[in-house]
Write a protein that binds this ligand. Sequence first.
Ligand code: AMP
Ligand code: GLY
Length: 422
Amino acid sequence: MNILILGSGGREHALTWKLAQSKKVNKIFIGPGNAGTSESGTNLKINPESFPDIKSAVLENNIDIVIVGPEAPLTMGISDFFLNDPELKNIPLIGPDKTAAQLEGSKDFAKSFLTRHGIPTAAFRTFDKTNVTEAPAFLRSLIPPYVIKADGLAAGKGVVIVNDIKEAEKEVEAMLAGKFGAAGQKVVIEQFLKGIELSVFIITDGISYKLLPEAKDYKRIGTGDTGLNTGGMGAVSPVSFADSKFMDKVTKRIIDPTLRGLSEDKIIYKGFIFFGLINVGGDPYVIEYNARLGDPESEVIIPRIKSDLFELIEGVANGDLANRTFEIDKKFVSTVMLVSGGYPGTYEKGKSISGIDLVKDSVIFHAGTTRDADKLVTCGGRVLAVSSWGTSMKEALQTSYRNAGLLNFDGVYYRTDIGFDL
Ligand code: AMP
Ligand code: GLY
């Protein structure tokens, strides 16, 4: 089997690294990939949002299965593009169609879905220019802080949480006035939920599903969970509070009703579902859905899959996921993300990376790297993820931090407290 993986980050390197170990996989192509993915596969210079380029790459390289890493191609309808193209319609694509991907692409769609199917989530209302005069009254019915979200994709920046009612009202106006462009044509106002967040993942063929390992990611730039939001500064798996009692509630109250809801709404979902959950006093609530795997969560959950991941991918492709088995490693896995100085604000690229050859007992997943002649250099905000296994979380973290200390590039920064809150 030849596989094409779309994307260029740590998640895509982790997928490439794992699938390269499968006996059933012949060649892996990554579009566009990074310096890390090119070690286990062939990078293709394609933009994952340019569907004609993807089509050419699929046909030229005899691709049997396509795996979509990031959300943008999914919400843009890459799956529908394949299904409607005579030359591509028989090539399975792992990822939901445009309608199903709205679970991530539209907060209003996701919240309406959750409420319609009785799945626990924060109370909400959606506003646009036609009913915005009712927003102040709805805000006043809530206990602060106020959670205000742009409806569409806004690169993780579209959520604002403020304490002051006047500021909240101004934020609603600003979003509707175009602060986040078209993503803010509708605005969702939500009840604030207090608790610890975790990420839960399934893979589904539209009929049955497999529960993958859960993870916790660390979104803020600063140690102690302070400062600006980032794409994710590190992750751990398993999550200590996600014990069998809690996960039982997640399955019964969230995952099963989600799949039932999809089926009732006649939505066929093939691919990964990422449940962004919050634990409120022992009860799980959905904060958001994502139509893909998480990053950096992938850098801990994929190393915890002991068996061949391709079995699950093939199960989705063939629609026989129920017959597939897989094994989760009981070991603990941590990942620490090394980022460019200045990230998540402006940062420089092209810094030489050293120390990878010194690393022992960790796997380094590349996020923002490239080759400049034969030199490995930075080319993104998040640069390298240091993933390690341990018989305890402490041991996994010690290994990640020991190896993180051996890696260097001008301006390198990482959080020193990943996993400590648990
Ligand atoms: P989202 O893009 O919807 O996942 O929101 C981004 C982040 O904002 C989440 O990871 C939470 O930390 C926070 N957040 C979103 N919605 C809520 C809520 N209703 N209550 C508390 N925090 C929230
Ligand atoms: N780590 C969160 C995400 O992938 O959206």
